[in-house]
Write a protein that binds this ligand. Structure first.
Ligand SMILES: O=P(O)(O)O[C@H]1O[C@H](CO)[C@@H](O)[C@H]1O
Ligand SMILES: O=c1cc[nH]c(=O)[nH]1
Length: 237
């Protein structure tokens, strides 16, 4: 039984799904980290794969850009394919001077300019937060690897090119570490359908300084975040 956006058969997905935004990154992750990976969906080229990692069955699938896109895939994975844990692995722009390029962020909570969670909460504010156990495991795994992470709040924006010029400084003052475009939506879907979610982000560019990672640097740095995500995923599968 396929959905409008996922062509997999029942049982094709594992209960734990890692989700990068870029479907080509999903393929890269499956080739580099999964054993016996097989493609399970490719509608609109939003690629998904299932394989094993340290003997545990895991899936990886792209979620596209923006809250509407991740909301569709996350909802269908949970409601139709029985996913119970969704872990976004993504990139972000740092908003504060104490956040550096290549830092890995465990996104505890996400503010947003998107209206989706207010639609869910009858017009009221909704706390879009990570599953605590998953977040704690990510922090513990990072400590074990001797790769410290930042733990804190991020901002999920509907607009990559934002017209509110004062927004970034205001968010930074409120302690928001970085900006990206999906997490508040992911945490909202998880809450609505009883799944658990976490997002890990690598700082790929710095909004204040204009610094950004080269493509080679991105690969290496993202691999470190993905290894961390697999530590968490394998502890769940
Ligand atoms: O995590 P990735 O896919 O890199 O996503 C980030 O990059 C895209 C914007 O370039 C947005 O989707 C943002 O959340
Ligand atoms: O959404 C994003 C992702 C990376 N960098 C940004 O500035 N915004």
């Amino acid at each position: 039984m396929a959905t409008p956006h996922i062509s997999a058969s029942p049982g094709d997905f594992a209960e734990v799904v890692l989700m990068p935004g870029d479907p080509l990154r999903a393929r890269y992750i499956s080739e580099r980290f999964l054993e016996n990976a097989r493609p399970v969906t490719s509608v609109r080229n939003m690629l998904g794969f299932t394989g094993t990692f340290r003997g545990k069955r895991l899936s990886v699938m792209g979620h596209g850009m923006g809250v509407p896109s991740i909301s569709i895939y996350a909802t269908e994975l949970v409601k139709t394919y029985g996913a119970k844990v969704l872990i976004r692995v993504g990139s972000c722009g740092a908003l504060r001077t104490d956040v550096k390029l290549r830092d890995v962020i465990v996104a505890m909570g996400a503010g947003t300019d998107s209206n989706v969670n207010r639609m869910r909460a009858m017009g009221h504010d909704f706390p879009a937060v990570a599953d605590f156990t998953l977040a704690r495991r990510a922090v513990e795994a990072a400590e074990k690897r001797n790769k410290p992470v930042r733990v804190g709040n991020v901002f999920t924006s509907d607009l990559f090119y934002h017209p509110q010029e004062a927004l970034n400084a205001t968010l930074a003052k409120m302690g928001i570490l970085a900006v990206e475009m999906e997490i508040a939506g992911l945490y909202g879907v998880a809450a609505e359908f009883g799944a658990r979610a976490l997002a890990l982000l690598t700082v790929s560019d710095h909004i204040l300084t204009g610094e950004h990672l080269s493509p080679e640097d991105r690969q290496t740095t993202f691999d470190e975040m993905i290894e961390l995500a697999f530590d968490v995923a394998a502890s769940e599968a």
